[in-house]
Design a protein around this ligand. Sequence first.
Ligand code: ADP
Ligand code: 5GP
Length: 218
Amino acid sequence: MDRKLVRKGILFVLVGPTGCGKSTFCSRLVNEFPDTVQYSTSATTRPPRPGEVQGKSYHFMSREEFESRRAAGEFFESEETHGYLYGTLRSSLENGINAGKDLLFQIDIRGALNFKRSFPNNTVTLFIIPPTFDDLKGRLKGRGTVDPEELQRRFATARDEYEALLKLNGDPGKIDYLVVNSELEQAYQSVKAIVLAERSRYLRIDRVSVEQFCDVTG
Ligand code: ADP
Ligand code: 5GP
C-alpha cells in the first residue's frame, strides 16, 4: 500500500520592515516548492511600483473599492500602514486552503498576530530582520522603487515594528522565528529549514495516515 502522511496546510506569515527580504524569500520558496507552496496575494490601496503585476504582486484597488469590500466582509484582516490600506481577502485564504497547499503571507506584525489568534495551530510567524538599519536603508535605496518621502515613512514604520517585536520577546505563540537576513543564501536556507521542519510537526498530521505507518501486520 502507498503510505503517505497527510497533514493540514500551514500558514507561513513573513513579517519585517519593508526591504528586509520577505518577497525574495517568498519567490524562492514558491519556485522551489511549486506543488506545495502558494503565495497569498494581498489587496492594497497603494499604487503599484514599477514591475509589480496586478493580481500577482497585490490586488491593487482604490480606497473606495477596498472599503466597500471590507464593509461587505470580504477581508479576513486589514490594516493601515504608511497611509495605505492592506488586507488579506478571505478568497485568497480559502483558495489556498482548498488547494491543500502551504500558504505564504507577507503582512505586518498586527496582521500576523491576527492570524495567530484565528489559526493558532496552523500559523507559523517568521520575523525577518536585516543585520543593521543601515543595511536596510541601502537595500531599499538599491531597490530604487520608493520616493524619499515614502522611504522616511517606511523607516518610521520599521522602528515601530522593531518596538513591537521587542515587546513580544519571550511571549510564546506570537513570533515563532527570528531570521537575520545578512547573507542571502544562508538566510534563505534558514527559512527553508523552518518550512521543512514545521511540515513534520506531529500536531498537524492526520491520525488515519499515521495509523497506516503504525500497522504492524504488514
Ligand atoms: P521586502 O519584500 O521585505 O520589502 P525584498 O525581498 O524586496 O524586501 O528585498 C529588498 C531588496 O533587498 C531587494 O532588492 C533584494 O534583492 C535585496 N536583498 C534581500 N536580501 C538581501 C541580502 N541578504 N543581501 C543583499 N540584498 C538583499
Ligand atoms: P509594501 O508597500 O512595502 O508592499 O508593504 C508595506 C507593509 O504592508 C509591509 O509591512 C507588508 O508586510 C504589509 N502588508 C502587505 N500586505 C498585507 C496584508 O494583507 N495585511 C496586512 N496586515 N499587512 C500587509
